[in-house]
Design a protein around this ligand. Sequence first.
Ligand code: LLP
Length: 401
Amino acid sequence: MNIDFQELADKYQTPYYVYDFDYITKQFNELKEAFKARKSLIAYALKANSNLSLIKHLAKQGSGADCVSIGEVKRALKVGIPAYKIIFSGVGKIDLEIKQALELNILMINVESEAELERIESIAKSLNKIVRISIRVNPNIDPKTHPYISTGLHENKFGVDINTAKRMYIKCKNSKSLEPVGIHCHIGSQLTKLEPLTEAISILASLLKNLKAIKIDISFFDVGGGLGIIYDNETLIDTQEYAQMILKELFGLDITIVCEPGRFLVGNCGFFITKVLYEKTNESKRFVIVDGAMNDLLRPALYNAHHKVELLNDNKDISDCNLVGPICESGDFFAKDIKLPSSQHNDLVAIYGAGAYCFTMSSNYNTRPRVAEIAIEAGKDRLIRQRETFEDLIALEEKFL
Ligand code: LLP
């Protein structure tokens, strides 16, 4: 990756996000290749980064979409991801979303409770449709990741336990409106250990065999997302080993493997570029204040997440500092107690690992316009989301004055 951040700053101003689309292609192909021995569908988790140009790029590679709102489903369709590659998940779908998902005839709806299954059945009945159902099983496995992004324990709100899942499959089988086609689990994000995934998949595989014995045949095994990426010095799950483990667990079952990666595909393709406004030092601390803030990139403030930071100048006098934004909160920081060289006004700072869960979690807090997004493909840059303006921010309020 050889991106001229300064040239982009001169052209598009700061702060901005830049994504290397060739890196996304590489990640996609690596995963697709790992599963090549079996029928598989890589359904990109749009929540990681739902920029239309970025998902269009993935659509061209053959990606499907894992969506958690009807808005995401519509984004996927808009860029040409076919309905038969779209999955709709989420613990709390509203009636209108369910109705629209049925009308759009997507691949399957991932169901997360018995109550939701009832609701879906009655909506399907009223529309005279048969809906393809997948059930999200919560295997009660500790994925050994940050508690906020851990989702496969019974203390988490996600999915249903094995016995409930069994009841739900039987209900589907006996219903004229529900067709059970999939089984799903997603135990957490930024996973760096294979064992919890193996355990979860093995639990689901035995459920699948039980279902087969009662003549419920499932066609899609959705292993969720969760593959971790490098932010710091993590040891990653090897994609070959990951795929081999899944193939082994599913040996003898005629089933399509669905995988829903978000971060793995896009996390390390992205950089957040911000510029130094000022430095200030008090008796105990040096602060480097930049023009980007927690509203642009929330992960450090929300999860105390580590993102590698680089100050792009040649200064040699390095000292400890906190890298902070201009927002009126002490949580507005990108990094604490890191070593950076001395800086001047307008020096650029690159924040790494900013392709996933960064722009999508940004907000307009402090009436700050969301920043520009730029793609690099085959060495060429292009704008893929223009910087918001003050007028954009007030547009939905102004008319009520
Ligand atoms: N499938 C389901 C059902 C999910 O809930 C998620 C992520 C994914 C797939 C994609 O997971 P990935 O491959 O990206 O790990 N905002 C947090 C991450 C939240 C993840 C939520 N679910 C962060 O910034 O770390």
